[in-house]
Design a protein around this ligand. Structure first.
Ligand code: ADP
Ligand code: MG
Length: 361
């Protein structure tokens, strides 16, 4: 197992990159802690696979270094990095049995046959394919083949890291949950460094200790699910994570107050003056409804009952925003204003969070 260090790393697919826009992966410095389970989360095209392939050695970065336990492996071939990688689509040997497919990485390393047999049985149980061990992979469904790919990725206990690139895309929804649970169990048992790429926030938040959020070729935040919820470092994290995502209001900030849609509100903390586009971000969980006009003028557009709670859609100065109310809450149709729970307020300048003055760094 290994700590993985990205030092000044960046990648462009162009031969002569000019500005930042030419980089699929913008400059990045980060240590992936040995033994931690990470999710790499972001929408399609933001650079997740590019980063993963640089770590595994399928791609050589155009700038910077990558180190495993402080050893430079930037130019080391994939085989030398001792990494297991599972891709979005199955990679299996059709003419081999399921058993031989699973045993392959172990036989390749000259492991003891008794150990191989025992390990293959264990992995087959994890992926729910014990009954199919003697079948040829050819003719199996895409779903079953992907389970074999996952199993092959997990079969070795001595890898530096396990990398998963959207591995559950072709798996049916019920099995997805099951396999994710198995991956978590595997992590608890062996403590491998794991990086799990996904564009699905639920997958990321349930799988990982730490979530690395990418946006447009850049890592915008690395944090626990709670940190991403409470203190989104970038507006993208605010609205990409959460259901619905964070509301953003254009605001004039001065000291501990802000003006939103012509109304003065209290931010609950002081802020240094900031240039650029300033906004206040408040998640729907921290918005309260009022009928006495005290707050920012708002009008209810519709109420959605989603089971666990209600989502109230409101119009605030022509902008649609969302508030979350308890399932049993009586929502007054004459609601005419909203207020914010100060705990749930974050301030942004040009999309990056501004730290309030008294908050510890
Ligand atoms: P993700 O995995 O997050 O969907 P990728 O890392 O695959 O994103 O892609 C990031 C960006 O790099 C995208 O704009 C994509 O079009 C571009 N890209 C990916 N692979 C290549 C390649 N082999 N050649 C040129 N551009 C590429
Ligand atoms: Mg990808």
């Amino acid at each position: 197992m290994a700590k993985i260090t990205l030092d000044n790393l960046a990648h462009s697919y162009l031969p002569n990159p000019g500005g930042e826009d030419d980089y699929a992966l913008k400059e990045l410095n980060h240590d992936w802690t040995d033994g931690e389970a990470y999710a790499l989360l972001g929408s399609s095209g933001c650079g997740k696979s590019t980063l993963l392939n640089i770590i595994s050695g399928l791609l050589t970065p155009s700038q910077g270094r990558i180190l495993f336990n402080d050893q430079d492996v930037t130019h080391a071939p994939t085989a030398e990095r001792n990494i297991a990688q599972v891709f979005q689509f199955p990679v299996v040997y059709d003419t081999m049995t399921v058993r031989d497919n699973l045993a392959f990485p172990l036989r390749n390393r000259g492991e003891d046959p008794a150990y191989i047999a025992q390990r293959v049985n264990k992995i087959a149980a994890m992926i729910g394919m014990e009954a199919a061990l003697n079948r040829k992979a050819r003719g199996l469904t895409a779903d079953a083949k992907q389970k074999i790919s996952l199993g092959r990725g997990m079969v070795r206990e001595d890898v530096n890291a396990l990398l998963f690139d959207e591995p559950l895309t072709v798996i049916d929804p019920h099995m997805k949950w099951e396999l994710r649970t198995q991956l978590k169990a595997l992590h608890h048992e062996f403590g491998h460094t794991m990086i799990y790429v996904t564009h699905d926030q639920t997958e990321a938040l349930t799988f990982a200790d730490k979530v690395v959020v990418m946006y447009d070729g850049r890592v915008v935040q690395i944090g626990t699910p709670q940190e991403l919820f409470e203190r989104p470092a970038h507006t993208f994290v605010g609205y990409f994570i959460g259901s619905p995502g964070m509301n953003l209001f254009d605001a004039e900030i001065s000291g501990s107050g802000a003006i939103i849609a012509g109304t003065q509100i209290d931010l609950g903390a002081g802020y240094q003056p900031k240039a650029g586009h300033t906004q206040v971000g408040v998640r729907p969980e921290f918005i309260q409804l009022a009928t006495n006009g005290a707050g920012i003028p708002a009008r209810i557009q519709r109420i959605e009952d989603v089971g666990r709670h209600k989502i109230v859609r409101l119009d605030v100065a022509g902008q649609q925003i969302a508030a979350i109310a308890d399932e049993g809450a009586n929502i007054a149709t004459d609601t005419n204003a909203i207020t914010f729970d100060p705990q749930g307020i974050n301030v942004y300048a040009d999309d990056w969070r501004v730290q309030p003055q008294q908050e510890a760094a």
